[in-house]
Design a protein around this ligand. Structure first.
Ligand code: EPU
Length: 428
C-alpha cells in the first residue's frame, strides 16, 4: 500500500495543447466512501462496500479501522470490512494528522463504546475548520467532553434521543450526528442539516443497517436502532471527479463521454459549464457527453452548500475562467482560505485579483507552462487543468494532495489523450 510519504515527492509533467477525447468511467465518490467505511464500526460483522475509489484518504480510513481492531479485505474497489473484533476507541494521532475526516469515527465509536479518545484536528490549508458543531451535538446528546493534552475525550454514559439544530451547515458534522443517532433507540431530530449527495448516501446505508431516517428539507427525523446490522452498499459516483473531467473537456475544446455519473447530483455544475461555453448531452441517467460548444465565456460563481455550487469545484472553474473571454467573478463562501491556486495560476500567466472572499478573473488569451506547487486537493486539480491548455510544459510539485482524493486521474486523462506523466522524484 502506498502511504502519503511514498507519494510526497511525486510531480506531474504535462505537455499542454491536447484535446481531451474519448470516454472514461468516473470512480466511486471519495467523500461518500469515507463515512460509509467508518459506519461499519457501528456493527459487529462483515459489511461489503462496492466501488470504493483506491486513493490515499480511503487508505487512511482503512488504517483507522485496522488500528481499532477491524479487518479489511479489498479487491478491485470491493471492500469487505470485518468489525467483529473492534475493541479500541482511541484513534492514533498520526492518522488524524493525515486526514481531518478521521473525526467521522467519533459518532460510530461513541455509539459502540460510549466513549472516544481522538486528537484535536488542526486547521488545514483551506481554512481553520473548527469542529465546534460536532462537539456541541455530542454535548447535547449527553456527552461529557474533556480536552487532555491535545486530545478530546468524550463519554456518553446513557444514550438518549436528541433534538438538535446546527448553527451552520456542516457535511461531516451532519454525518457524525447521523452515525451516532442511528444507534439510539427513540426518535431524534436534527435541524439545519447538510443534504449533500454524500450525506444522503450515508443515510441510505444507515437505513439499510436498520435505522429509519427521513429527511424533509434540512430536517432529519431519526428512529435509531440498538441492533444495527452489517450491510452491502455501492457508493455513489464522485460528482467532483466528474466535474473536474467535464471542465477539462470544455477547456481543451474536447469531447468526452463520462460513464458512471449521477446526473441528478451535478445540476449546478452543468448549468455553469453551459454558461461557460460547454455543451452537455445527457445520454442516460448515468452517462453524459460534454464538449466545447462555443468560445469560452466568463462566469459568475458563488460557492454554497448543496444544492448550490460546490466549493470543491471552485478552483477548477477558476482555471477555466482564466482563459475565457471577459471577466469572471468567483466568490468562495464555504472556506475562508481556499484561493491558494490563484498564486500558482498567476505563475502560468493568469490575471486574477483576490479581494477578500472574491476572485476577479480577467481572461487571458493563453496560459504558459510553468513550475507550480500543489497546495490542496482541488487546487491540484485546477493546476492540472491549466497545464492541459498551457503552451509548453507544466511541472506540478507535491501532487500527493491530488492522490488523496482522485483515483488514477493521470491514467484517465492519458487515456483521453492528455500528455501527462508522473515523476516519482523531483525534477530540477
Ligand atoms: N464549520 C464550523 N464548525 C464546525 C464544522 C464546520 O465552523 O463544527 C465550518 C467550516 O470551517 C467550513 C464550513 O463550516 O467553513 C463547512 O464545513 P463542513 O463541515 O461542511 O466541511 P467538512 O465536512 O469538513 C466536507 C468535505 C469537503 C467539502 C466540504 C464542503 C468530506 C470528507 N469533506 O468537509 O471536501 O469541501 O464538506 O462541501 O466530506 C474535498 O473533498 O476536497 C473537501 C475538502
Amino acid at each position: 500500500m502506498k502511504t502519503i510519504n511514498s507519494y510526497s515527492s511525486d510531480s506531474f509533467v504535462i505537455e499542454g495543447g491536447r484535446e481531451l477525447k474519448g470516454s472514461v468511467r468516473v470512480s466511486g465518490s471519495k467523500n461518500a466512501s469515507l463515512p460509509v467505511i467508518l459506519a461499519t464500526i457501528l456493527v459487529k460483522g462483515e459489511s461489503v462496500i462496492e466501488d470504493v475509489p483506491e486513493l490515499l484518504d480511503v487508505w487512511t480510513a482503512v488504517e483507522i479501522l485496522e488500528s481499532l481492531g477491524g479487518y479489511v479485505e479489498r479487491e478491485n474497489g470491493r471492500f469487505k470490512v470485518n468489525t467483529e473484533k473492534i475493541s479500541r476507541w482511541d484513534v492514533p494521532e498520526e492518522i488524524v494528522k493525515k486526514m481531518r475526516a478521521s473525526i467521522l469515527c467519533m459518532g460510530p465509536l461513541l455509539a459502540r463504546f460510549g466513549k472516544v479518545l481522538i486528537p484535536k484536528p488542526g486547521g488545514c490549508s483551506i481554512g481553520k475548520r473548527p469542529i465546534d458543531q460536532h462537539l456541541k451535538f455530542f454535548e447535547r446528546a449527553g456527552g461529557s467532553i474533556k480536552e487532555v493534552n491535545g486530545f478530546f475525550q468524550i463519554e456518553i454514559k446513557k444514550k438518549k434521543p436528541v433534538e438538535f439544530r446546527f448553527d451552520l451547515i456542516t457535511v461531516t458534522g451532519t454525518e457524525n450526528a447521523l452515525l451516532y443517532l442511528s444507534s439510539v433507540r427513540g426518535k431524534s431530530i436534527l435541524k439545519n442539516i447538510a443534504i449533500e449527495p454524500e450525506v444522503m448516501d450515508l443515510i441510505n446505508v444507515l437505513n439499510k443497517m436498520g435505522a429509519r431516517i427521513y429527511v424533509e428539507g434540512r430536517t432529519a427525523e431519526i428512529e435509531g436502532n440498538e441492533d444495527l446490522k452489517p450491510f452491502t452498499h455501492r457508493v455513489i459516483p464522485d460528482r467532483i471527479e466528474a466535474g473536474t473531467l467535464m471542465v477539462g473537456a470544455v477547456m481543451t475544446s474536447g469531447d468526452v463521454i463520462l460513464e458512471n455519473v449521477n446526473v441528478e447530483h451535478i445540476g449546478n455544475i452543468l448549468e455553469k459549464l453551459e454558461e461557460a461555453g460547454g455543451g452537455v448531452e445527457i445520454l442516460s441517467k448515468n452517462k453524459i457527453r460534454v464538449f466545447r460548444k462555443e468560445e469560452l465565456k466568463p462566469v459568475n460563481i458563488e460557492t454554497a452548500e448543496y444544492p448550490g455550487f460546490p466549493t470543491d469545484m471552485q478552483a477548477q472553474f477558476m482555471s477555466m475562467a482564466s482563459i475565457s473571454k471577459g471577466i469572471s467573478r468567483i466568490k468562495e463562501n464555504i472556506f475562508e482560505n481556499r484561493f491558494h491556486h490563484v498564486w500558482e495560476l498567476r505563475k502560468m500567466g493568469a490575471d486574477i485579483e483576490v479581494k477578500g472572499r472574491e476572485a476577479i478573473v480577467r481572461g487571458v488569451r493563453e496560459l504558459r507552462g510553468a513550475e507550480v506547487k500543489s497546495t490542496d486537493l482541488r487546487a491540484s486539480a485546477s493546476l492540472i487543468l491549466a497545464g492541459l491548455v498551457a503552451r509548453g510544459k507544466t511541472i506540478i510539485r507535491d501532487i500527493y494532495h491530488l492522490d488523496r482524493g482522485y483515483e488514477r486521474l493521470e491514467e484517465k486523462l492519458g487515456k483521453l489523450g492528455a500528455l501527462i506523466e508522473r515523476l516519482p522524484v523531483c525534477v530540477s
